[in-house]
Design a protein. Sequence first.
Length: 363
Amino acid sequence: MMKDKKIVCPLLLDKETYLPDTIDLLNDKEAISYWLPCLEEMARNFVNKVSYLCPHDKTATERAKYTWQKFHDFIEQIKYNPQQFKPLSIRTLLEFNEENLRKSNFDDPWLLQKQKETVAAFTQYQDRVNFVDSIEDFYLKWEELSKGLVAGNLFDWGAKAIADILEECNGFGLTHAMQKIQQRPWFHDDLDKWISKLKRTPYVKAVVFIDNAGVDFVLGVLPLTRELLKQGTSVVLTANSGPALNDVTYSDLEVYLKSAEQKCDVLRDAIANNRLMAIENGQKGPCLDLRTLHNELCAEMQTADLLILEGMGRAVHTNLKAKFKVDCLKLAVLKNEWLAKNLGAQQFSVIFQYDPAPLPKVQ
């Protein structure tokens, strides 16, 4: 079978100069000295977690130890001669880790955990949208939806601070997350500006790069998607082609939308009328390289006028500085303390960055 052709995102303002990575580890000594041990610890923690994630896999722990050793050896090679690994970034290191897991036959080790969290989140979906529907004021409704989206993004097993909370606090949910994150005004807070734009001119088509399974997708992304659909906006939800931590994959997304159809008339009708679509994006790691997108997604992007990048991997580690031809939202909770301080913020600060489409040049 032929591999699908990878294409550069058609919405990039300047395809020639686009580079995905926010931090170049080869040119930042402080960053590389922090991120190498940080990511190595993440890989090591998988060894401790794998028997819980894959309870029926008798060789999982042994294989996980092997994958950690491979990652450790890779990190040591980088320390010895970093210049031989170009480009070197958080994105490329995380992609190496995922490739390493696939080679050790961990096809999607977080699958059961994702399923468990998503099923639990769907039990709260109706209450969440009922609450949103009870808010009559346009501004307050969209503020609540946006708060839910950024708070949902807290549920990321790839961030140590969050993994510790999720393991220690059974029943930690969206309400707790909304209290945990920075309260408004946020570190980067363009929400009022975006809601004003939304009220003036509804969008024709939104493309949303989704992040984590469970609360993030079900109680964050789906209610916002539902409200966009009610405004007349078509929505493309795009997920990774391959697994990465607890991120939603395209195959997950298809399953989750079938569940959503049974619980929500708005979503069901939109799917039936091709106003809500699921498309894979060609990515196999938790970050986002807009030079290597799935061709079907790029075709749909041609008619989009809103792009939403959700999560630290897609909107901060990568694409924070990227410019687009259309309106773009970059949304994330800064779950990593070092990264937050590096950006001039604090841990759990919120980025809600609205970059309007550039005005047409006057001839």
